[in-house]
Each structure stands twice: as structure tokens, then as C-alpha cells.
Design a protein around this ligand. Structure first.
Ligand code: A3P
Length: 346
């Protein structure tokens, strides 16, 4: 066993004012949220207790990790990666929900027991959303530590909060998405989960998002950590927008990264299976909590949909948000190229 490493970063409470902004958007959290490390990643209070255990999780050379900021196309990529690694066994993929084949590392800190009980009392079907009920009983990282190889691991944690040997040991795929579309999609995820309990409207949510005050934010720093490692042979970086543009091309790139070979026909077959309309009907992947007609986990599946949710003021705020956060970084988004930053009014 590798020697235990003390947490090399600090965890501090957010300010009471920040906590108020966060709690306007989320419910069931009693303790103050925390900020982690020099980038100040926001997490529920429970993370303080478990951060070191997560940091010390033993990484295996045959692990495959998918890392994203929430709502960036994680599920889409997980299903793709799982199938590529499992000889395109569509039948096996239908036998088990994706969250069980490809579990999330930090599910247990995501929703505290109080929030879980509240949600469960109101929406029974949510109790089974992405394995939450199991993760409330058994810590998700413990289950993952006991899972036989080869393991598939999903996480929304940024690289700096993950085991330091991750990139030198396992294969990692990072997916990034335009933060404006992420903000909209993240809002609807909470609407889907909380339904009538959701107090925040999109304006509140956007306010918290642009102040980097929602769980797993700041999004740009999160993505930049992976971007800076994009030349590492164990990291494959991709954009959601490129998957929308040419899915077979992105599948081929992932196959190359994972050293798997499939014929052009097989790649087409996988792309069809992974299309938005097909995945939306797939109950093992689209683990929606509502009825037909309600907001779905796989909601719109488009790039640029944010434009219909942002008024003129919010559009300017978004441009300012992106320009400032990207300033001095090598990272830029395909949908927010560098020249926009240079042309900004700032
Ligand atoms: P929208 O809410 O904008 O529709 P995650 O899995 O990280 O939570 O990301 C969810 C987002 O990815 C949702 O975005 C969802 O619709 C989108 N998505 C999932 N599968 C997709 C697919 N096959 N094609 C396009 N978008 C997809």
C-alpha cells in the first residue's frame, strides 16, 4: 500500500454571504459550504471529512476515469467509453444502469443525508437516481476501492483534488463545455431533482454560477487544470461542442487514446447508439426522475442553447465572466474563441 499523504491543500468555509447565495439555489444543506485549494473549489461541508480519503484512493493502471464539470456531457462520454472498452457489447450495457457500471467517486458527499431524506420523502424515484440510496449507506469511494479491475470511474472533482498519481497511472478523459450552456443545463438538473422545492429561478442560479459559488465551481479553473495537461499521454481532452459537430470523429479519437480498433461500420453503429434521441430513450442512461414531459436528465442536447436563456444584461455578464476567467490562460472554448475576449468591452 502506498504511504498515506496528508492533504496538501486547505479547506475553508465560504463566507456567510456566499453561503446564503449558494443555499438560495440548493436545499437541504445545513452546514456552510466549503472552498478547497487555491482555486477555491466549492463543495458541500461533508467534503471536509472525506477529502483526504479521496486524495489517497489507490489508482490502478487499468482504471479509466472520466472527469468533467457537471453537465458537460459526462454521461454521454461514459457510455461511449464503457462500450469502447467492452467490445461494443450493447446487450451488456442494457443489463446494468450506467451509474453502476461507471460509478461516481464523490456521490456520497454530493447530497447530505438531510437533503437525501427530504428529496426521498418528496420524490421516491430520486432515491435511486444515480445510485444515491446506495451511496448514502456505503461511501462511494469505498465501493470503488473494493471494485475489481478494470474500473470505470466518473468524477466532477478537478485534478488538483484527486489522487496525485492519477495521471501517471491511469487513463483519464476530460470533457469540457461552454460554461454558458453548462449554467443552463445545471439549473435544469436542479429543477429536475427538486421540482416544486426549487426556490431559485435562473437569474439566482446564474448569479451564483458567475460568482463561482455552486458545487464544483470555478468551472474555468477546473477545465484549465485538464487543459494544461492535454499533452500528457494519459489524458485525452475533448469538447462537448466537438462531439455535437462530429461524433464519429470524437469516437475515433477516444478509440485511439484507449488503443481500441473498430471498423468504420462499428463506429457508425456506436455513433447511432449514442445519438441524443437514442440515448434519451435509454432508461439505463437517461436516469430521469420525472414523467414524460417533465425536464429530463438528457434535456436538449445542443450547443448554444444558452442564448435563449440569457437576456442582454446576462449576455454581457457572461462575456465579462469568461473574459476575466480566461485572461492569461492558454485555454479558450471553441464557442468563445480568443478574439471575442480581445474584442470584449473590458
Ligand atoms: P442539456 O441539459 O443541455 O440538454 P452530464 O452527463 O455531464 O450531466 O451532461 C448532461 C448534458 O449532456 C445534458 O445537456 C444532456 O442533454 C447532454 N447530453 C447527453 N447525451 C447527449 C447526446 N447524446 N447528445 C447531445 N447531448 C447530450
Amino acid at each position: 500500500m502506498a504511504p498515506w499523504i496528508d492533504l496538501p491543500y486547505e479547506i475553508r468555509d465560504v463566507t456567510p454571504e456566499e453561503d446564503k447565495i449558494i443555499k438560495k439555489c440548493l436545499i437541504g444543506y445545513t452546514k456552510p459550504f466549503v472552498k478547497c485549494g487555491k482555486n477555491g473549489y466549492v463543495m458541500p461541508a461533508a467534503f471536509r471529512k472525506y477529502a483526504e480519503t479521496i486524495y489517497n484512493l489507490e489508482v490502478r493502471p487499468d482504471d479509466i476515469w472520466v472527469i468533467t464539470f457537471p453537465r458537460s456531457g459526462t454521461t454521454w462520454t461514459q457510455e461511449m467509453v464503457w462500450l469502447i472498452e467492452n467490445d461494443l457489447d450493447f446487450k451488456a450495457a442494457k443489463e446494468k444502469p450506467l451509474y453502476a457500471r461507471f460509478p461516481m467517486l464523490e456521490t456520497t458527499v454530493q447530497i447530505p443525508r438531510v437533503a437525501f431524506e427530504l428529496i426521498k420523502a418528496n420524490f421516491m424515484n430520486l432515491a435511486y437516481f444515480q445510485g444515491l440510496s446506495n451511496a448514502v449507506r456505503n461511501p462511494s469511494w469505498k465501493t470503488i476501492a473494493e471494485t475489481p479491475s478494470p474500473r470505470f470511474i466518473k468524477t466532477h472533482l478537478p485534478l488538483s483534488l484527486l489522487p496525485p498519481k492519477l495521471l501517471s497511472t491511469a487513463k483519464v478523459i476530460y470533457v469540457a463545455r461552454d460554461p454558458r450552456d453548462v449554467a443552463v443545463s445545471y439549473y435544469y438538473l436542479h429543477k429536475m431533482i427538486l421540482k416544486s422545492l426549487m426556490r431559485a429561478n435562473f437569474c439566482h442560479f446564474w448569479e451564483a454560477f458567475r460568482r463561482d459559488l455552486l458545487p464544483w465551481t470555478p468551472i474555468v479553473a477546473h477545465t484549465n487544470e485538464a487543459w494544461e495537461n492535454r499533452h500528457n499521454p494519459n489524458l485525452h481532452f475533448m469538447f462537448y461542442e466537438d462531439m455535437i459537430k462530429d461524433l464519429p470523429k470524437e469516437i475515433r479519437a477516444v478509440c485511439k487514446f484507449l488503443d481500441r480498433k473498430y471498423s468504420a461500420d462499428k463506429i457508425e453503429q456506436l455513433a447511432d447508439y449514442l445519438s441524443f434521441n437514442s440515448l434519451r430513450k435509454n432508461k439505463n442512461v437517461n436516469n430521469t426522475t420525472g414523467k414524460n414531459g417533465d425536464v429530463q436528465f438528457l434535456r436538449k442536447g445542443e450547443a448554444g442553447g444558452w442564448k435563449t436563456h440569457f437576456d442582454d444584461k446576462m449576455k454581457l455578464q457572461a462575456e465579462e465572466f469568461l473574459s476575466i476567467r480566461l485572461r492569461g490562460l492558454d485555454l479558450s472554448y471553441p464557442s468563445f474563441p480568443l478574439y471575442e475576449t480581445e474584442c470584449s468591452h473590458l
